[in-house]
Design a binder for this molecule. Structure first.
Ligand code: ZN
Length: 217
């Protein structure tokens, strides 16, 4: 599976399916693609209903015919706009052909529904995207329950984990590879990914991606 960092928390997974997670493109100064450039998508996953995560999700579904996957309330909103949608909630698994999407806890806020993280199994690889979250102890359970090949973790602080707490999350989650995200998009979430890399040390391979760059899982 190929995972591309689009900037902020927006990720594209390419394998059995083309999956976008939290595709905040319009208004994202780091974004390396736009809805105009996206012709194909199978699933668009939204971790929570904040503008910098839900972003262009509905527009991408509308343009490509992709299915919106999100917490129940967000999927209902997508359905009202005539989009294909699959709702789920914390603790649940959505098993579709050649992809499993697990919705896991996240500690954050949202005005509509709930905030969540997702664990995606596709092409024999397991990817964790926590959305926005602080460090929480149940990340140990996520790390025990899933054999995570690749984790994306926010390091920008203020609204999410910062470098120190994200490094602790790596200890809990035990991913093979980790990619920092949700930093340097705006002046209030500036962080140095090299500092994160040195704090993680030998716990995992830290892969620092510039927007538009990819890693395999
Ligand atoms: Zn948020």
């Amino acid at each position: 599976m190929k995972a591309t960092f689009i900037g902020h928390s927006a990720i594209k997974l390419e394998g059995a399916h083309i999956v976008y997670i939290d595709p905040f493109l319009t208004g994202n100064p780091l974004a390396t693609t736009s809805v105009d450039q996206i012709d194909k998508a199978d699933y668009v996953i939204v971790t929570h209903d904040h503008d910098d995560h839900k972003g262009d999700a509905f527009d991408i579904c509308n343009k490509t015919g992709a299915t919106l996957v999100g917490v129940h309330e967000v999927s209902v909103d997508a359905g009202k706009e005539g989009l294909k949608s699959e709702g789920m909630n914390i603790g649940g698994t959505l098993s579709l052909e050649n992809i499993n999407i697990h919705m896991v806890n996240a500690q954050h806020s949202t005005a509509n529904g709930h905030q969540a993280g997702v664990v995606i199994e596709m092409d024999g690889a397991t990817v964790y995207h926590p959305g926005d979250t602080g460090l929480f102890g149940d990340m140990k359970i996520i790390g025990e329950f899933f054999d995570i090949d690749l984790a994306f973790l926010p390091i920008g602080d203020r609204y999410t984990m910062g470098i120190r707490s994200a490094a602790k999350a790596v200890e809990y989650l035990k991913p093979k590879k980790v990619v920092p995200m949700h930093y340097n998009t705006f002046p209030i979430i500036m962080a140095d990914p090299q500092e994160f890399k040195s704090k993680v040390g030998a716990l995992a391979e830290v892969v620092i991606l510039n927007p538009g760059e990819s890693v395999s899982a």
